[in-house]
Design a protein around this ligand. Structure first.
Ligand SMILES: O=C(O)c1cc(C(=O)O)c2c(n1)C(=O)C(=O)c1cc(C(=O)O)[nH]c1-2
Length: 250
């Protein structure tokens, strides 16, 4: 939960409060990302990150469909639908999920295994499903706000592209094409979402809900990295059935 509001904020003040949450809680601050971007991880640890992160990618179109199902606003539906197509692909063009599978394949993971999500950590599955469930249960003004983490994504994507290219022999440009594409998509999506929230969250309750939604979403992202850290960095307890770099899946 974010700090409790005592009075209605202007749209500019609401934006400032949202940006403050991102500055404090976005997952660019997580130690796992610092290890990932600085080249400190082994191939097995990078594989674990990529295959767990696949679960997030695969859930994004489902949560966007849940959002669309809840809105009576045609303009919002029309604007939002491209997000699903960006991930799933459209008209013969590959989407973000295909690009993610290029990344996991080039790290040596079979797509069937990645898509099955069999090797995912329990906490990844819970966090990702919590996001889909949150969006299905809340009204659009709140759920649009939950994707505002994307305001902060381009910086981390840029850092990831340059850090991983520089620091890992098994990473090259073609592997990171997913993130290059998101550099154009995320700012467009985030700008629309921010504008929508600033115009539609007018009451104290709505504004509080919007701030809480962004905190919730930062927690969804943070919890995934906590789980990766605990399983693959320290103390290194890999849950039963989860991907084990020492015993690659057959
Ligand atoms: O690599 C990242 O750190 C990162 C973060 C986020 C985010 O902030 O939720 C997204 C993405 N990537 C991403 O690639 C993506 O497609 C995406 C969609 C959404 C969303 O909430 O709708 N977030 C994100």
């Amino acid at each position: 939960m974010s700090n409790l509001l005592t009075e209605v904020l202007s749209p500019q003040e609401l934006e400032q409060a949202l940006r403050k949450i991102g500055a404090e809680r976005y997952h660019n601050r997580h130690p796992f990302h610092h290890l990932l971007h600085s080249g400190a991880l082994s191939l097995g640890q990078v594989q674990a990150w990529a295959l767990n992160r696949y679960c997030y990618q695969a859930a994004i179109p489902r949560k966007d469909a849940a959002l669309i199902s809840r809105t009576t606003d045609r303009n919002l539906r029309r604007e939002w639908v491209h997000r699903i197509l960006d991930h799933d692909g459209w008209n013969g063009e590959e989407g973000g999920i295909d690009r993610w599978l290029v990344l996991t394949e080039s790290l040596g993971l079979k797509s069937d295994y990645v898509i099955s999500q069999r090797g995912a950590l329990p906490a990844t599955v819970f966090a990702v499903e919590a996001y889909v469930d949150f969006v299905a249960r809340h009204p659009p003004v709140i759920t649009v706000a939950s994707c505002l983490t994307e305001l902060f994504a381009p910086d981390i994507h840029r850092e990831r592209i340059s850090g991983m290219l520089e620091n890992y022999p098994f990473i090259n440009e073609s592997v990171l094409v997913y993130f290059r594409r998101r550099l154009g998509q995320a700012p467009r999506d985030a700008e629309f979402a921010l504008d929508y929230v600033k115009h539609h969250a007018r009451t104290l309750a709505e504004q509080q809900g919007v701030l809480n939604a962004l905190v919730f979403k930062c927690n969804v992202l943070w919890a995934q990295l906590d789980a990766l850290y605990a399983a693959y960095v320290s103390p290194g307890h890999i849950p039963p059935g989860a991907f084990d770099p020492e015993q690659p899946p057959c």
